[in-house]
Design a protein around this ligand. Sequence first.
Ligand code: SAM
Ligand code: SF4
Length: 465
Amino acid sequence: MYNTPANFINEQKIWEILEKNKQADFNKIRETLSKASEMKGLNLDDVAALTNISDPEMLSELFNTANKVKETIYGKRLVIFAPLYISNLCANECLYCAFRATNKDIVRSVLSQKKIANEVKTLINQGQKRVLLVAGESYPKQGFQYVLDSIKTIYEVKTDHGEIRRVNVNVAPLKKEEFKQLKDAGIGTYQIFQETYHRETYNKVHLAGKKRDYNWRAWSLHRAMEAGIDDVGIGVLFGLFDYRFEIMAMMQHIFELEEKFGVGPHTVSVPRLEPATNSDIASHPPFPVSDIDFRKIVAILRLAVPYTGIIMSTRETAKMRRETFALGVSQISAGSKTNPGGYEEKSEDDPSGQFSLGDHRPLDEVIRDVASMGYIPSFCTACYRLGRTGSDFMDLAKPGDIKLHCGPNALSSFKEYLQNYASEETNEVGGKLIHKTINDMSGLAKQRAEKLIKRVEAGRDDVYC
Ligand code: SAM
Ligand code: SF4
């Protein structure tokens, strides 16, 4: 089955629906936005209509609706994580990526388990609790076991106050057996981006290696879910092809997973092409996505899949990141390095990184900025550790009950960060925000938050409900 065409991506249907909804008038858009406000998601026709919005008044209605949905479901929480690049070896030839096999202008490195442990110590000492393990598609002589060993190493590092409590993974598509091993290693989310769902473009930008096989990649989340991985993440690399087509195709992928497995992806990522060493296409994207269209993409996804997390990485500038929090982003990376060993080395935008970063600020500065905007940085990992994953998570999330967990847990994990790792300035901004947030809470959520915060103040780490 997994070598057969991934026919759930139906290109002809996408073009037809986009064409049919090209002239969507104000009434259709308003109807769609009103449907979106019910937070039950959108169908392909609705999404197509929204992708065609260009009128400023309609755009601002779209943004306002996305903001309301985001605040209703997620409140002011923003989950924080850091990527951890363990190796930049790669046998593929993705034209947009500095790690591609023929690029001679980067220094190749594969971190030893000792070096990984050092990177993890640095991250823990910054206050991180969640990492996203990232690697190119070529492993040292141990093969895939290298990835499994690395996950084990990450979980084993402990310091006075901390440890990494959730390891998400973004590595090349695996066989079902390997996905089972990944699950047994205790990962959180398995994440993979199709890059572009448009087959012709896909073939043009992936010149050699296993990644040339569109279908193997497109079916990978099926294999992961069949292997028992409940939380999967999808994404598109925006800039390679028409973003309207890509959103529609990503929706087809989501509907397929929902239909087959009863639950869609846990997260959606929205990377935009960034310059990368020796890559023309990365500096001159064939389908550049403007800032306004990028905000539109985030807002549409927030309405189309209201309960799916949206991830915004440090590819984007601090300004763009700030603007998209209100539109639907629920998870951000912070203080990131994209070269293996980059955390310990403290290198500034190393040319051996995978691409250039838009946001270079250290974690403490990002946290202070986010908190001063009224957002609560959350380092919480409770759901996954309590087995609230996949459809169990969605069942809990949908009626809004998750707020009784996520709200208090975000606050206690933030308090733990402030107490153990923050600068004085950040501690002050964060302390005031926690105080104000608890004052604005009521009922069971407030009781839980107060109780958890007291436990953190008394010196307990890792408390959650
Ligand atoms: N090597 C694996 C793969 O390609 O699936 C997993 C890790 S890869 C390093 C992670 C992601 O980085 C890719 O899926 C791609 O979307 C993104 N990426 C590569 N080059 C990029 C660039 N120039 N700008 C932004 N993102 C890029
Ligand atoms: Fe290798 Fe992934 Fe980069 Fe492609 S995107 S060259 S597979 S690391």
